[in-house]
Design a protein around this ligand. Sequence first.
Ligand code: FE2
Length: 340
Amino acid sequence: MHLTLLARLATATGLIAVSSVAMAAEVNVYSSRHYDSDDALYEEFTKETGITVNRIEGEADELIARLKAEGDNSPADVFITVDAGRMARAEEAGVLQPFKGDVIDHAVPSHLRHPDDLWFGVSQRARIIFYSKDRVENPPRTYEELADPKYEGQICIRSSSNVYNQSLMASIIEADGVDAARDWAKGIVANLARAPQGGDSDQLRGIVSGECDIAVANHYYFLRGFDSDVEGLSADIGSIGWVWPNQSGRGAHLNLTAAAMAKAAPHPEEAQALLDFLTGEFAQQHFATQNNEYPAVPGIGLDEDTARLGFFVPDTQTPTTAYSDNAKAAQEIFNEVNWQ
Ligand code: FE2
């Protein structure tokens, strides 16, 4: 009798333990974003929904390979990357499934979404031209002009292994064709002030140190120079000017932070809730203020610092799918012209 009671208790306790595990709502995110500030974003989501967010961070290509290798057993629910080209690679790898568009399709403009709802842009980053106000009277007004021989020995841009440059090159192939893009890349290499090195902040530092007169970088690296004390940059940030490129043509090159539902998502409802949350006001404000990005959802106010860069025409003509469609051709051109 006594034993039976104990057994019953154990069974009951076991059942309680099992059901509490099943009820603990969670969502697993594979993300190539690596900002500490994103903690606040996920904490808010948990506060609003009771769903715990487990994050695995890594390089986008590694995460895609991992998703593929894990297949149907993958614990991933949501995939987030900071490059539209990588998202298209995830699509090609067959590791995504369509989300429900009820909320997202109404919030995010169609040019920032996959046509079959396989992924959507959460926020946008612009890759633009910076220059020394003291040393450059007539900065390039277009990406194409960066290759003009009159800028020989003046330009700093990071290496071709960087995904931001790969997507920029892919967009130039899309706009101008492969032959013109190759000539452009040759021109850039001929105009380099130094061998490609460092990250985007280092290109801007090069303007301050005098090594570079003109640099290409994502807009938020410049804004960080205003916001915080970036060594070698903030003290002289006022000496750097910026150009929104191609404003009378196709517009400035943008890339996306993009999110998607993973193919084998074990928690599809929680995944959907998180994706919907990313288009809401809290999340959109977060992207606008924490990393000075441009919100994907229209009508969200910009951060004060971001607004300082002024209005611009974004390139909405080049489909973001071109970033992956042209990735191979872009790599071939980089190799051919010896862009390190
Ligand atoms: Fe970045």
